[in-house]
Design a protein around this ligand. Structure first.
Ligand code: ADP
Ligand code: MG
Length: 398
């Protein structure tokens, strides 16, 4: 069967107990390389009544939640308020706390808008698009960027080295070969000659960074960078800083499934659910988290199936083919930027090498689900994460 679309089957991140899902539901479908619709019409999926009430509401009066569509996905901020709905004084506190939360969330979303306009590959005026445009000419030109963008690119290149090139922001010429699938056209699968040609344009070592001028040049004509595997994590970390500067301490920032969880739910630690890659509308594991990032990369997020084979959106920059071996990788780390890049990189490295590499990162843990349904995790998660066995019959791709 040919399904010529890359389909995001659903993002589900939740604080169980009071589940705060940020699901896109089954209808949240987007195409690789295309800007998604500005507004998601569907309400978040998930098991909790809170998610059914509407994107901007939570059922518990002690929580304030807002969801908006940015960076091709949904961003949700949930803030635990201070106060008690059962007493008069407590209600006054809640009102004041909610007023502050509304302000904080406004600042948080403004930060995402700012970052999207710098980092998006879909906005022609973004610095990333300008760097890419300057590599369509021969010789390629350097582009002056802000220190912030320079630092993020520098950080990406360093992470690329630590992950043996499995995570690499220069992957973009490869993605172009696979689509996007457009109406009436089947999704494309490139042949070896096309791949070989594109692979010559891939490699962070070809990014020329000018520290003095704060400028970036892509060394080879035709090169392009894309921050799809790290920008959301970076945006989440930036939002965390904004919320903290606004005096908020207990909240969840969810950038399309890339989470940062700060402090506690009013009654208990926040808990995060991890999706079953075979049935992405359900969770198979939960994990209590406090002041950490939790990010998942999965082969079920965006994919198409051609001749019985699943082609998903995480590519191995060394072969140009979709990475195989793992169905999902969930990384728990002090920062979402790191967790985002690692989740993608470990996904590409596969279970064995992936777990080896993870050991070299301080304060980082991960849970891996293989395509045959095996669940692997780093020692730090054993006994902390609760999960049910996965149904091995429904394998998630090759
Ligand atoms: P998601 O965006 O679904 O949360 P990831 O964080 O794993 O998932 O990012 C995947 C995106 O990153 C792809 O859609 C693509 O834009 C880009 N990408 C794909 N493969 C790589 C790679 N090996 N290294 C860096 N970026 C990648
Ligand atoms: Mg990532």
């Amino acid at each position: 069967m040919i399904r010529p679309v890359f389909c995001r089957v659903g993002v589900v991140s939740l604080a169980v107990g009071l589940v705060l899902g940020l699901g896109l539901g089954l209808s949240g479908c987007k195409r690789l390389g295309r800007k998604p619709p500005a507004e998601e019409k569907t309400l978040p999926a998930g098991a909790d009544p809170a998610t059914r009430r509407g994107a901007n509401q939570a059922t518990d009066p002690r929580l304030y939640a807002e969801t908006r569509s940015y960076m091709g996905t949904l961003f949700r901020v949930v803030i635990a308020l201070r106060g008690d709905p059962k007493t008069k004084a407590g209600r006054l506190n809640l009102d004041e706390s909610r007023r502050r939360a509304v302000e904080a969330v406004r600042a948080a979303f403004a930060e995402v808008v700012r970052l999207e306009s710098l980092l998006s590959s879909y906005q022609a005026e973004s610095l990333i698009s300008r760097i890419n445009a300057a590599a369509t000419v021969r010789p390629t030109r350097a582009v002056k960027v802000t220190q912030e963008v320079f630092n993020l690119i520098l950080r990406s290149t360093k992470l690329s080295r630590r992950l043996s090139g499995a995570f690499d922001i220069t992957y973009a010429p490869l993605a172009k070969l696979y689509g996007p699938a457009r109406k009436g056209q089947p999704a494309r699968v490139p042949g070896p000659i096309q791949l070989r040609k594109a692979l010559k344009l891939v490699g962070s070592k070809h990014i020329v960074l000018d520290y003095d001028k704060v400028a970036v040049r892509l060394g080879r004509p035709g090169m392009a960078i894309g921050l799809g595997a790290i920008a959301k994590g970076y945006a989440v970390d930036s939002v965390v800083s904004v919320l903290r500067a606004q005096g908020q301490t207990a909240f969840i920032v969810d950038g399309g499934g890339d989470l940062y969880v700060s402090g506690r739910h009013p009654d208990r630690p926040w808990r995060v659910g991890i999706k079953d890659p075979n049935r992405p509308s359900t969770y198979f594991a939960t994990l209590p988290v406090q002041s950490k990032a939790v990010v998942t990369s999965g082969n079920y997020e965006r994919f198409f199936v051609k001749a019985g084979k699943r082609y998903h959106h995480i590519l191995d920059p060394r072969t140009g083919r979709p990475a195989s071996g793992l169905a999902s990788v969930t990384v728990v780390a002090p920062q979402a930027t790191l967790a985002d890049a690692l989740a993608t990189g470990i996904f590409v490295l596969g279970p064995k090498k992936g777990l080896e590499v993870l050991m070299q990162f301080d304060k980082v843990d991960a849970l891996l689900v293989t395509t045959s349904g095996k669940v692997l995790m780093t020692p730090g998660l054993k006994g902390v994460i609760k999960h049910r066995p996965l149904n091995k019959s429904g394998k998630t791709g090759k």
